[in-house]
Design a protein around this ligand. Structure first.
Ligand code: FAD
Length: 479
């Protein structure tokens, strides 16, 4: 049940229809220049499942089958399960250096979120609820990678939601399933995933035919993935770039031109109680996003220390302050993650991290993300610009002088150059900006998180304490 990297690549040669940015129809995403580096990056994660030292992190012995299966599909039932899943998030984040927001271990969370509300789904559709169990089993048995198909296409806001031309909706209800038409945007990693889970969680006011929760194989007939343009420039010498040379997570818009979704793939359809469950159903996914950012922040803090060490700027108090701020960011994010796990509650047999800490933690993570990037740029100085290619270092007398003039503290000029190529990829490159954009909105923007926090009632006792201490009585407020 555990694929190797080669088997993962083979599984992507399945007839999927992908329209690349250069206008070509992609025959094989594993060899196409726009996608192959990213595919290799994830293929390495599949191989890591077989490495003796990492197998315990990546896999678990499944009780039902008695076989080793990917932990990515393990249903977290205890706190230890959550901790193990977080360890897997750590492994994938350290491997991709945090620039894949939807690594294979993330993909099951829409399904697990649905499982956490399956009792309610069963009231309207017992078949839908049992399809969730079957899908999780299928994902586990196939070591599958799933993309989130959540957001709605951006179009004229003056048009009512239920009339938007691009909304994904059922245009034909058949005995054996739905025929769907429309589009879903920004599906990160879908190009190199096996399936996508479609959920209607960001669409208050969706019409009944657009209120659907289902999954769709990426190679489904009549489904086209329109990939966004790449941002990593393969035309430049990337060999010495530890990050950008390993590709970028592809995002694409899924265009459904009357795609058939069989009944067995449908979890919920036309059930009004499902709209508005974003935070409840998304709690596990949002916890993973926060955990990944916490591990990424460790990489930021580690990188900041390396910058200071190679430049020998450690004794400058203001530089130390920057390092401390980045380290405190990493520690704060970890604290939010641990608090969310510590106060997790079971929901329908799934242990769900506490949303209160997840939402506040995510707000903190995205608000401070640009500041952390800026601090790293600040402590780098000209290092981010005075970088040269390997070919320039090999250019006879000039190369020799570059080596003579540019060494760092305890490192050669070329090693220092490699460090700053990495810092560039992490904080300045086009891919770094794309990733920053992703972190800001991939799971609702900060404004929505603030609104969510305001609408929570956990601060009520704090307010009552203050009023009580002051002896002030005020009329109950309508919030
Ligand atoms: C790189 C990248 C990768 C992504 N990957 C995925 C993915 O894998 N799967 C997926 O489903 N989606 C993905 N997304 C999409 C993401 O979910 C949406 O961008 C996000 O939910 C915001 O929705 P929108 O872009 O439609 O914004 P719009 O609804 O067009 O709104 C634009 C802006 O207006 C403001 N705004 C609008 N409505 C509100 C509101 N109710 N409260 C507060 N502010 C508001 C916000 O500032 C918002 O950013 C990705 C996005 C990016 C940039």
């Amino acid at each position: 049940m555990l694929k190797t990297g080669e088997e993962y690549k083979q599984s992507l040669r399945d007839g999927r229809v992908v329209l690349a940015a250069d206008g070509s129809h992609v025959d094989d995403v594993t060899t196409h220049p726009q996608f192959k580096d990213a595919v290799e990056n994830i293929a390495a994660l599949y191989d890591m499942q077989h490495e003796p030292g990492l197998r315990d992190v990546a896999a678990y012995k499944d009780e039902e089958t008695g076989e080793l299966a990917s932990r990515a599909w393990q249903v977290p039932r205890t706190k230890d399960d959550l901790v193990s899943r977080r360890e897997l998030a750590r492994m994938s984040t350290y491997h991709t250096l945090g620039v894949f927001g939807r690594p294979p271990d993330y993909g099951s969370f829409n399904a697990l979120g649905l499982l956490s509300v399956a009792d309610r789904i069963a009231n309207a559709s017992p078949e839908g609820a049992s399809n969730i169990d079957d899908f999780i089993r299928w994902g586990r048995d196939n070591n599958a990678m799933s993309a989130d198909i959540v957001a709605d296409v951006q179009s004229d806001r003056s048009v009512p939601t239920a009339q938007k031309p691009g909304r994904l909706r059922s245009v034909e209800k058949r005995k054996d399933g739905l025929v769907v038409y429309g589009a879903k945007p920004c599906a990160s990693v879908a190009v190199q995933a096996h399936v996508g889970t479609v959920v209607t969680l960001l669409t208050p006011g969706a019409d009944p035919d657009a209120n659907m929760f289902c999954y769709v194989p990426i190679n489904a007939p009549n489904l086209t993935l329109v990939a966004r343009e790449p941002v990593v420039n393969r035309g430049t010498d990337l060999d010495d770039h530890a990050l950008d040379s390993r590709g970028e997570e592809p995002d694409s818009m899924l265009v459904f031109d009357r795609v058939f979704i069989p009944n067995e793939h449908v979890f919920s359809f036309r059930d009004p109680q499902m709209l508005g469950l974003y935070h409840e159903l998304g709690a596990l996914a949002l916890w993973h996003i926060l955990a990944r950012l916490a591990y990424k922040a460790e990489i930021f803090a580690g990188t900041a220390q390396v910058i200071v060490d190679v430049l020998g700027t450690e004794n400058i108090p203001q530089v130390r302050d920057s390092i401390s701020e980045i380290a405190a960011y990493a520690t704060a994010l970890k604290a939010f993650v641990l608090a969310a796990e510590d106060t997790a509650q079971p929901a329908n047999g799934v242990l769900v991290p506490a949303e209160r800490f997840v939402t506040a933690g995510r707000l903190h993570s995205v608000e401070n993300y640009p500041r952390v990037l800026q601090l790293m740029r600040e402590i780098s100085g000209q290092g981010l610009i005075s970088r040269f290619t390997q070919k320039q270092f090999e250019d006879g007398a000039v190369g020799e002088m570059l080596r003579e003039f540019l060494p760092g503290t305890g490192v050669s000029a070329e090693a220092k150059n490699r460090v700053f190529n990495f810092v560039w990829d992490l904080t300045c490159s086009a891919n770094a900006q794309r990733v920053a954009l992703f972190e800001n909105v991939n799971a609702t923007p900060p404004s929505a998180m603030r609104a969510r926090i305001y609408n929570s009632d956990y601060r009520q006792p704090w307010r009552d304490f203050v009023l009580d201490r002051l002896g002030v009585d005020i009329a109950p407020q309508n919030r």
